[in-house]
Ligand binder design. Structure first.
Ligand code: XIL
Length: 949
């Protein structure tokens, strides 16, 4: 590094495109045609990028198919169809032997007319050849308007119920001679064929007795057809007809179960219940209620339906129909179990969707409820000349809709973006983007994608969000609705982009290993963090963990005396298996504590009486004992009391129910109780804003008071929910030193650095729109903290981040995303990571300047030449990382100097890329130069001449 001079070199707001948070709009890679086996085990995707026809053949003797670069929906190629002479002519794909009867398939294809063709309608059809040779034609995607101005995506689901000898899918057009392109074709099986029992063949169709009952195929009653299954000889509620399903249902898939039941004549009305007996790997059994009817009689059939999904590994599945009555005899009929949605998994296609409306068509959008009217219009446009106008809405939920069943797949992440504007004269309202999710006919639910956003008739407003909810579905429709009113509005430039799954980088330094000589590095964990890429990120960078929510009171003792440890136990087991420490958080807190804790014996909220004080102390002690004894030595540090100080109170105590019912000594009692359970556990008091000197003084007084009373306390946890501007390193140092001076430990327990601060508080609705300079400031703020921690060597026992990656942070809420952690939503390192691990990697962190002057002594009136060199030094680390961002350009570099005293300015040579302000010849004053970006390794040399007065 060069010698530092008196010049000031600063790097400020980052203009550099950094890995974190920068959108990647490049087109997804296309798969080649999938391997074909007897059933469609993997989706077929045709993007035509390999230059071949990918198995497509002409339908109609004159039809010519060509792989072309003239137009493409994605990538650079598509399939062109010319030479058509009849509507049914077109490109076709043989699917014989690849689709299973009864299974459900999702089909999607993008189409566009060849330039100069008149608009027409295009549809997707299946030609099904039956055993005798007869042919049937099934419409998969309805006639849809298509022009030569833009791509339109046709979607549909397909299943067939007959035996077939041939299946040919083709894309046809109403215009007999129209030529068109197709691209981005996909077909995927979304559900296997249903399992069903109708008992019409006279057998029991696989049903077996559960308990010593008798099953008979009978013609006495039937819900459909002439036969049903009769169960007699029952002697206990759980007995009944049962169907072994082991190996036939998939973990994580969603099923719809239907069965009809009726009591045998003379039986008294009772409840019939469909139950799944699930055998777990160790042999333990779980019972899930699938469906029931509480009033089944001998007079009529009732049909029971329910949804079923299981998420554990299983060694056995047995579905049965039981009754509340121990002895009732009954019939069952018309049983079926259909898969409504597959387990979350790799998406059938990753093409996303878009509509610019420049084609003049609705481009896949339609009227959601058929009352509202959607029109392609030139009245207004966000870009180009056209948009989609929705009028006659009459209710908030009526709006333009788009079928995303074959676009947004369960368990994948998408960015959804569109622009909206109200029609002229409409009063301002809030619009939002929603999803209607269907699971067959079994269930319909509604989900918000883009939160309520204020939209007016004067400006186009972007509505955008990242959607990553797991939504099992059989049909998914995206739509735009209003929070209130039925205003007409335009939408434009709609785009759904598939975001590839997060993959943790492994060829970068581990955070905890880098800091191994200072303290263990922890993170908050949630249930889902223990598997997949989250677990890779977790074990690579952290050697301590705190359960983010699963050791709080509401998780561990939701009702009196009923302890539920499963989620926390799984995390502790994971920590042990990976040699990580566990911090216990938290035993006594006012939040996330169930209401029953603070209710009196009569179930009403406690008032401060001696009885209630005694009852609440007893509950607190029971809880501390129950929890600490359960975890034993697996959890050696506990946040015993959380957030009990409120510096706005004269006495400094938060007015929580603990304080108001028990009094300030609830804290002493909690710590004494904890010590009685464990003589060795580290017992902490934990709180936020510990750098606030008023609050810090109250905490210090609490700790010294406890010590003087002989109450056991081992440490203070500093949550450190901070932001890019706050607090200062000095404030952190003061907080740690203040506590250390009391003779107890310090730990940083919940560190995060919000992108929002006093100077920037406008909510950012989508992660990709967080300004890059927030992440640069964040990198420098983390650097400030970790420099302070380093200087406080020995006084800090552990540092825990409140999460790992920005996909999961408590600071993000609907409409306001935050990104306070070391890794981004795709698990890639951020500048924040460099701020902690290797701060010289931060843009502008490694600038140096040199200055020399000649001659060294100058008589009056003579000239002196100065040479100033600014360098962005190259990393001297030997390690290189992928992507290689360990040498970042410095952005907005500024060089400030002045014409030296006793001299006047003569000239300045300015290196390329720099802009300077300098005095006039013969004048004096500041010389200021700036450069928007100085690459790593680059030097800039300035030569200046001045003359001695
Ligand atoms: C937060 C969790 O991160 C959230 O998931 C939950 O909804 C609320 O609690 N101080 C604490 C932590 O001590 O327990 C809080 O955790 C964040 C503030």
């Amino acid at each position: 590094m060069g010698k530092r001079t008196g010049l000031v070199v600063v790097a400020s707001s980052c203009l550099v495109v950094i890995g974190a948070g920068c959108s990647n709009e490049s087109a997804p890679a296309e798969d080649d045609i999938a391997q074909i086996s007897s059933a469609l085990t993997a989706p077929i995707q045709n993007g035509f990028e390999d230059g071949t026809l990918q198995g497509w053949i002409p339908r109609g003797g004159t039809v010519v198919l060509t792989n072309t670069t003239e137009a493409a929906f994605a990538g650079t190629r598509s399939l062109k169809t010319t030479g058509r002479t009849a509507g049914f002519n077109g490109p076709s794909l043989t699917l014989t032997g690849q689709l299973v009867k009864g299974a459900t398939h999702q089909v999607g294809v993008s189409v566009r007319l060849v330039a100069g063709e008149a608009p027409t309608t295009i549809r997707v059809t299946m030609q099904r050849t039956l055993a005798g040779g007869a042919q049937a034609f099934d419409t998969i995607a309805q006639n849809t308007n298509v022009t030569d101005g833009g791509w339109v995506t046709l979607n549909g689901t397909y299943s067939f119920a007959t035996d077939v000898t041939g299946l040919l899918l083709y894309v046809e057009a109403t215009g007999a001679t129209t030529s068109y392109y197709i691209d981005a074709f996909s077909i995927a099986e979304t559900a296997p064929a249903p399992l069903a029992s109708d008992f019409e063949d006279g057998t029991q169709q696989g049903w077996i007795p559960r308990g010593g009952v008798t099953l008979t195929n009978t013609t006495e009653q039937a819900f459909a057809g002439t036969r049903s299954l009769k169960t007699t000889g029952r002697t206990a509620g759980f007995m009944g007809p049962s169907l072994p399903l082991t190996g036939q249902l998939a973990k994580g898939a969603t099923y719809g179960v239907t069965v009809s039941g009726r009591l045998v004549t003379g039986e008294v009305a009772t409840t019939l219940r469909v139950t799944m007996q699930r055998t777990l790997p160790g042999g333990a059994q779980a019972f899930d209620t699938v469906a029931q009817n509480t009033n089944v009689t001998d007079a009529a059939w009732v049909t029971m339906t329910g949804l079923y999904t299981f998420t554990t590994d299983v060694t056995g599945l047995l579905l049965y129909v039981e009754a509340t009555s121990a002895t009732a005899s009954y019939y069952i009929d018309s049983f079926s179990i259909v898969q409504l949605a597959p387990p979350a998994g790799p998406p059938a296609n990753t093409l996303g969707a878009s509509s610019s409306f420049e084609s003049g068509a609705a481009e896949g959008w339609f009227s959601r409820t058929s009352v509202e009217v959607v029109t392609n219009t030139t009245a207004d446009a966000h870009s180009g000349t056209r948009s989609l106008l929705t009028t006659n809405r009459t209710a908030t939920f009526r709006g333009p809709a788009f079928d995303v069943s074959n676009v947004m797949f369960n368990g994948s992440r998408y960015r959804v973006e569109l622009w909206a504007k109200l029609a002229p004269g409409e009063t301002s309202t809030q619009l939002r983007v929603s999803l209607e999710r269907r699971l067959g006919s079994f269930s319909t639910t509604f989900h918000t994608v883009v939160n309520n956003t204020t939209v007016t008739s004067s400006d186009w407003v972007m509505m955008a969000a990242t959607f990553d909810q797991t939504l099992a579905n059989s049909q998914l429709t995206l739509y735009v609705e209003s929070a209130s009113g039925a205003q007409s509005f335009y939408i434009d430039d709609f785009k759904i982009t598939f975001l590839p799954p997060a993959v943790a980088e492994t060829n970068i330094p581990s955070v905890y290993q880098t800091l191994a000589d200072q303290f263990p590095v922890g993170t908050a964990v949630r249930a889902g963090d223990l598997t997949g890429e989250s677990a890779v990120l977790l074990t690579k960078h952290f050697n301590s963990m705190t359960s983010e929510n699963d050791m709080k009171w509401d998780a561990l003792q939701p009702s009196a005396g009923n302890f539920t440890f499963a989620a926390a136990d799984a995390q502790v087991a994971f920590a042990k298996a990976n040699a990580m420490q566990v911090r216990g958080h938290t035993l006594v807190w006012h939040a996330q504590t169930p209401a029953w804790v603070f209710n009196d014996a009569g179930g009403n909220p406690m008032t401060p009486t001696p009885e209630n004080r005694a009852l609440l102390i007893q509950r607190m002690q029971n809880h501390i004992r129950g929890v600490m004894m359960h975890f034993g030595n697996d959890v050696t540090t506990w946040d015993v009391v959380n957030e009990a100080i409120d510096q706005s109170q004269a006495d400094g105590f938060r007015r929580s129910p603990w304080f108001t019912i028990i009094g300030p000594d609830f804290i002493d009692i909690a710590f004494q109780t904890a010590r009685a359970v464990s003589p060795t556990a580290k017992l902490y008091y934990n709180d936020f804003s510990t750098t606030d000197t008023t609050k810090l003084a109250f905490i210090a007084a609490l700790v010294s008071g406890m010590k003087s009373r002989g109450v056991p306390i081992d440490g203070v946890g500093h949550q450190m929910h901070n932001n890019v501007d706050f607090p200062s390193g000095a404030a952190v140092t003061n907080a740690i030193n203040t506590i250390d001076a009391l003779g107890v430990e310090n730990s940083i327990t919940e560190l995060d650095v919000s992108i929002y601060s006093g100077s920037f508080n406008t909510s950012v609705p989508d992660y990709t729109n967080i300004p890059a300079d927030r992440f640069l400031l964040q990198g420098y703020r983390y650097l400030t903290f970790f420099q302070a921690f380093k200087q406080l060597q020995g006084k800090i026992k552990s540092v825990t981040f409140w999460g790992k990656a920005d996909n999961q942070t408590w600071l993000t809420s609907a409409g306001r995303v935050d990104g306070p952690l070391l890794f981004d939503v795709s698990f890639k390192k951020k500048l924040a990571y460099w701020g902690v691990v290797d701060p010289l990697q931060l843009p502008g962190a490694d600038l140096s300047t040199t200055m020399s002057a000649a001659p060294m002594t100058v008589p009056a009136g003579q000239a002196v030449a100065y040479t100033i060199t600014v360098t962005n030094n190259v990393d001297t680390d030997t390690a290189s990382f992928t992507p290689k961002d360990d040498d970042l350009p410095a952005a907005n570099v500024a060089l400030s100097t002045a014409v030296p005293a006793h001299t006047v300015f003569q000239s300045l040579t300015v290196p390329a890329g720099w802009t300077c302000n300098q005095p006039a010849v013969g004048g004096s004053g500041p010389v200021q130069c700036t450069n928007p970006s100085l690459p790593a390794g680059a030097s800039a040399t300035f030569r200046s001449r001045t003359r001695r007065r």
